[in-house]
Design a protein around this ligand. Structure first.
Ligand SMILES: Cc1cc2nc3c(=O)[nH]c(=O)nc-3n(C[C@H](O)[C@H](O)[C@H](O)COP(=O)(O)O)c2cc1C
Length: 188
């Protein structure tokens, strides 16, 4: 497949930290299948105002986010867990698009990564509920929780743990398969 027909993936990190493990994981994922998929990294979480259904919906930052979603074939989210939940900035972004439809029938993959042994599993569970509310396409192979992430990725963003690398490759492969399936069998 030439790069002009590569599948377009929008990557969203739930962390605003410059050295975020979740952002590094997304970067590592983007380098796994360069001939099959192009990655765009959404970096506008901080620009989105707090969601308020009473506000006009044509706020430039919101429109930009919606445009990136519309232009993507699939979305991958990797998030830390804060206080047993999804970081507020990520949940806020998802709240902006609950009613606008860009996520509807969009194949997604969800990752949580944490330095703790729980792997941020509560945030992941919560994120999956939200992705269900948004009408995304996903199944039991669409999510991955990564415990002790600091031992599995180095500061350059290289995944140093073979098992984690394999799981990420599998997750990405399933996502691309899901996108291809959707293209091959368009819904009525
Ligand atoms: C305010 C705060 C709350 C946190 N709560 C949790 C938590 O509930 N569960 C967890 O696994 N890690 C928690 N952590 C640790 C984060 O998982 C850790 O900072 C992680 O590296 C963030 O991901 P990042 O490297 O992508 O920024 C918390 C960190 C902060 C700053």
């Amino acid at each position: 497949m030439s790069n002009s027909t590569a599948l377009r993936i929008l990557a969203i990190s739930g962390s605003l930290r410059s050295q975020s493990a979740n952002s590094l994981l997304l970067k590592a994922l983007s380098e796994m299948v360069p001939q099959l998929a192009t990655f765009t990294f959404y970096e506008g979480l901080e620009e989105l105002p707090p969601f308020n259904p009473d506000k006009p919906q044509d706020i430039p930052a919101v429109l930009h986010f919606r445009k990136l979603l519309s232009q993507s074939d699939a979305v991958i989210i990797s998030t830390p867990e804060y206080a047993f939940g999804v970081p507020g900035v990520l949940k806020n972004a998802l709240d902006w698009v609950v009613s606008t439809g860009e996520f509807n029938e969009k194949p997604v993959a969800a990752i949580s990564a944490s330095p703790l042994t729980s792997g941020g599993d509560k945030a992941l569970e919560s994120l999956l509920y939200t992705l269900t509310a948004l009408g995304t396409i996903k199944d039991e192979h669409s999510s991955l929780s990564i415990p002790a992430v600091k031992k599995k990725i180095n500061e350059s963003g290289e995944i140093t743990d073979e098992d984690t690398k394999k799981r990420l490759q599998l997750l990405l492969g399933r996502l691309l398969f899901s996108v291809q399936q959707r293209i091959d069998t368009p819904r009525a």
